[in-house]
Design a protein around this ligand. Structure first.
Ligand code: UD1
Ligand code: CA
Length: 483
């Protein structure tokens, strides 16, 4: 059908009181994006001339999100009259005044609804020349949903909301999914006639279907088998149930695309993540935001990865990684903390108990043990000794350290920034490096060591240390005597 004759309205004006949250319900996240983001992705994939989202509660916050991520989506504001029917009326007013054609209505709190489901609904609607076509499903526990009333021969009669339903009607397990296709003119006419005579004092969109039927329009309610696709989220219990189901589906689709996932129950992947073939994800792995993992890499167990790109055949074990890049064949962890701006070159290593931030670490370079590397640039093939700290902060400002290539720094160094270490330089163990080091030089500033003989026996007599020292002295005297 022509794009200009198709409009999609996504309802997102409700507060979502059942979430008990200062954040509007549709902004709660599921697999890394707000509920509304899921609904708008689907709405925008329908090739409709107009996509409108209806807002009211926290409209500025929601509007900002919509403008940033769905700039072509129009925003309509609902007025003080409550209810989904009023929301649709307000949404319609954002369409061109002469709009004729088909209006798809979906909810910001039904995140798993997909494009094929709506397309099938549209197809039936158009093929049969209906005025309203709505989606239903059968639920073991239909509590909270509107129930579908049908005649003895199965024809749709009306939708009764939970709060308005009789005991007998509450037994009905076919529910309204909150997904509709309407003829625009029939919808406008029906909404104009609706009141708010119900338990919630709201203008219900659900009443429009029966109203269209009364006006002589054709209405059909079509059930889908996969109820998850139309699961609505009203509280945090439903949020976690849908999150778990969506995660299964995301994991399954990556498995089918060639990713080994040992334990999908403990592996969580945002919808924004990209994975290549032959990636292996070990248990306890969380992949978040704009992250990607290239072919052959292994991530996990127990990795938290946010907005990070992992290179081919790289390995990340038991680590927390944000806003970083990990090169091909590089290794990270166990127990590493990579903060934003970390860029580890190919074949590089960030090892155990190492924290990095704004640190470009060259190809083949290693920071293997117990170090902090902040605001630094390390050339290729350098090795940073165990326990090295990049002192980047003077209490007021942050400064950079630049380490050349092929550098060997000793254990337990402090690089006091700003500092430059030339290519191929060495620094001795325990050195506090305050002055730049020329290429090929050895830097050392450690005071010469003095050994005070017999100090322990004199000052710590009777301790285990003094006894051990005595015994060693005794043994060495005996050896000398034997010789
Ligand atoms: C609604 C349906 C119910 C259906 C269920 C499916 C009505 C009256 N009931 O109930 O039959 O089974 O969805 O999930 O439509 N909204 C507005 N403005 C409002 C009120 C709500 O835009 O004044 C938006 C909400 O932000 C939400 C959507 O409409 O995204 C649905 O509202 P909600 O209050 O969750 O309706 P349900 O009680 O779930
Ligand atoms: Ca709902």
């Amino acid at each position: 059908m022509l794009e200009s004759r198709l409009a999609v309205l996504v309802l997102a004006a409700g507060q979502g009181t059942r979430m008990r949250s200062s954040k509007p319900k549709v902004m709660h996240e599921l697999a890394g994006i707000p509920l509304l983001g899921h609904a708008l992705h689907t709405a925008n994939a329908l090739s409709a001339g107009n996509v409108v989202t209806v807002v009211r509660h926290e409209k500025d916050l929601i509007g900002e999100y919509v403008n940033a991520y769905f700039p072509t989506t129009k925003i309509a504001e609902q007025d003080e009259i409550p209810g989904t029917g009023r929301a649709v009326e307000c949404g319609l007013s954002a369409l061109p005044a002469d709009f004729e054609g088909v209006v798809v209505v979906t909810s910001g709190d039904v995140p798993l609804l997909d494009v094929p489901t709506i397309e099938a609904l549209l197809e039936t609607h158009l093929a049969q020349g209906l005025s309203a076509t709505l989606l239903t499903t059968f639920l073991e526990d239909p509590t909270g949903y509107g129930r579908i009333l049908r005649s003895n021969d199965g024809e749709f009669i009306e939708i009764v909301e939970q709060r308005d339903a009789s005991e007998g009607q509450l037994e009905i397990d076919e529910v309204n999914a909150g997904v509709y296709v309407f003829d625009a003119a029939a919808l406008r006419a029906a909404l104009a006639k609706l009141g708010t005579h119900n338990a919630q004092g709201e203008k219900y969109l659900t009443d429009a279907a029966a109203e269209i039927l009364r006006a002589g329009g054709g209405v059909q309610a079509i059930a889908i088998e996969d109820s998850w696709l139309v699961a609505g989220i009203n509280d945090r219990v439903q949020l976690s149930e849908v999150a778990a189901e969506l995660n299964w589906r995301i994991c399954e689709s990556w498995q089918r695309a060639g990713v080994t996932i040992l334990d999908p129950a403990s592996t969580f992947i945002d919808v924004t993540v990209q994975l290549a073939e032959d990636v292996t994800l070990l248990p306890g792995t969380h992949l978040k935001g704009i992250s990607s993992i290239a072919a052959g890499a292994t991530v996990g167990p127990e990795v938290w990865l946010v907005d990070t790109a992992v290179g081919q055949r790289a390995s990340v074990i038991k680590s927390h990684v944000t806003g970083s890049r990990i090169g091909d064949d590089a290794t990270v962890g166990p127990f590493a903390y990579l903060r934003p701006g970390t860029d580890l070159g190919a074949d590089g290593k960030i090892g155990t108990f190492v924290e990095t931030k704004n640190a470009v670490i060259g190809a083949g370079s290693k920071v293997p043990h117990l170090s902090y590397v902040g605001d630094a640039e390390i050339g290729a093939d350098s090795n940073i000794g165990a326990g090295t700290i990049f002192a980047n902060y003077d209490g007021v400002n942050k400064h950079r350290s630049v380490i050349g290539r092929g550098v060997r720094s000793g254990s337990h160094n402090v690089f006091v920034a700003p500092i430059r270490i030339g290519d191929g330089a060495y620094t001795a163990a325990g050195t506090v490096v305050r002055k730049d080091v020329d290429p090929g030089a050895l830097a050392m500033n450690v005071a010469p060591q003095r050994n005070l003989g017999g100090w322990v026996q004199q000052n710590r007599a009777g301790t285990a240390a003094a006894e051990a020292a005595d015994a060693a002295e005794q043994a060495s005297t005996e050896t000398t005597e034997q010789n």
